[in-house]
Design a binder for this molecule. Structure first.
Ligand code: CTP
Length: 393
């Protein structure tokens, strides 16, 4: 899973304006793009345009934000560098390993794949110096696209035109290897464990940490999905690009599910929802000698409710925890709750809660589709999302 963060370097050629369209089309494909224009390219397209189009801060100088060491930070963040347009001068500077502006600093500091999209006058492209520089870059692993032939700026025509955006995008997709199979899909995920209040200080809860739901959210967003995460009592860091809705109780979670489920393409219920709650909640703290028993009432089964309300084009995934008869109990639960997929945790060893690892099996209506040997929760997240993506496509 790599290649989603792109750094778009813009050289000082008239084709810089065509890179505005390239930026847009990359965003349409789900890429996250940071633009670094060379100072001379700002004569053609200014920073304001790049900031407005990319929605991100545009850096042009090595000498800005010195404490952030911008050339190293930007180089580390980029999973791929696309330089479009690349002028003869920029190609020459990169071939010489120079670092005389921010972009060339980043190129030197980055080990990400690099795609160069030249655009210049035919005489400059065919000049022996440029030919040698391009050969040098290719020998060092840079991918250098061939410019197209046709009309150029002014009266001339020949080889040197900036390629069509679609040609560049095709090359980017080939190099990036980014798996965007959930692009445009809305995935709703629940995580953690609900807490059902008894009084002002006590609750009925469970040991779910929320790690599995967060791993699912992170994996889904990395594959291009729009992700809403309903998080019940999770003490975990926010995830870039994921909308997180904290809740405490099953009823709060249920209310948000009712709001969000109708527009979601898939719901993955990894939260441990308390099956019951105290029938009365005291505003103050109950003194211990007064607690001799608790009256409980059943919480709604949120997943089963979604299973009833669902449309055929939605994908519904449940979780279960069992200590024995995994397959038999899981198959019955999948059927009873109207699910497409169910992951059953084998908790017979007792070590799933709060752990970074899991083991169990994934079922669909036909039975077991995968057994999951001890794996990280991230690995399981991607396995489940593979199956969700197949069903959504
Ligand atoms: N679930 C829910 N609402 C509840 C209880 C559970 O939505 N009130 C969801 C959970 O999020 C999970 C699945 O249903 O996806 C778990 O089903 P459940 O029947 O509670 O399974 P177990 O926890 O394994 O419990 P049991 O075997 O005791 O029925």
């Amino acid at each position: 899973m790599y290649g989603r963060e792109i750094l778009l370097g813009v050289g000082g050629g008239i084709a810089a304006y065509k890179s505005c369209d390239l930026l847009r089309r990359l965003q349409d494909r789900g890429y996250l793009v940071t633009v670094v224009p060379t100072p001379s390219s700002l004569n053609f397209v200014g920073s304001a345009t790049w900031e407005a189009l990319s929605g991100r801060k545009v850096h042009t100088q090595v000498w800005e934000n010195i404490p952030e060491v911008p050339h190293v930070a930007l180089a580390d963040k980029a999973q791929m560098i696309v330089i479009a347009p690349a002028t003869a001068d920029l190609i020459a500077r990169i071939a010489q390993g120079r670092a005389d502006d921010l972009l060339t600093n980043i190129v030197l500091a980055s080990d990400a794949p690099k795609l160069i999209v030249p655009a210049m006058h035919p005489n400059m492209w065919l000049n022996a110096a440029t030919v040698a520089n391009v050969a040098t870059l290719r020998s060092r692993g840079f991918i250098v696209l061939e410019p197209e032939t046709g009309r150029l700026t002014g009266k001339d025509s020949g080889v040197g035109r900036f390629p069509e955006t679609a040609v560049i995008i095709e090359e980017v997709e080939k190099i990036s290897g980014w798996n965007a199979d959930l692009l445009g899909k809305e995935i709703l995920i629940t995580a953690g464990g609900t807490r059902e209040p008894i009084d002002a200080v006590r609750y009925i809860g469970n040991r779910s940490s929320g790690k599995q739901g967060y791993a699912l959210a992170e994996a889904a967003v990395s594959r291009g999905a729009k992700v809403k995460l309903i998080a019940a009592n999770c003490n975990l860091p926010d995830i870039d690009g994921v909308e997180i809705f904290p809740v405490a109780t099953a009823l709060e979670m249920g209310a948000l599910l009712q709001d969000f489920f109708p527009t979601s393409d898939a719901l993955i219920m990894s939260a441990a929802v308390a099956d019951v709650r105290p029938s009365e909640v005291s505003d103050g703290k109950i003194k211990k000698e007064k607690i001799d028993h608790l009256d409980l009432i059943a919480n709604p089964d949120l997943l089963a409710q979604a299973g009833k309300a669902r449309r055929a084009d939605q994908v519904l995934v449940g979780f279960a925890a069992e200590t024995s008869h995994l397959e038999e109990y899981a198959a019955a639960k999948l059927e009873r709750k109207g699910l497409d997929l169910l992951y059953v945790n084998d908790v017979s060893g007792g070590a799933i809660f709060g752990s970074t690892h899991t083991q169990g099996m994934i079922l669909d209506k036909s039975g077991v589709v995968a057994t999951v040997p001890e794996s990280t929760k991230e690995t399981l997240a991607h396995k489940l999302l593979d199956l969700v993506a197949t069903r959504l496509s």
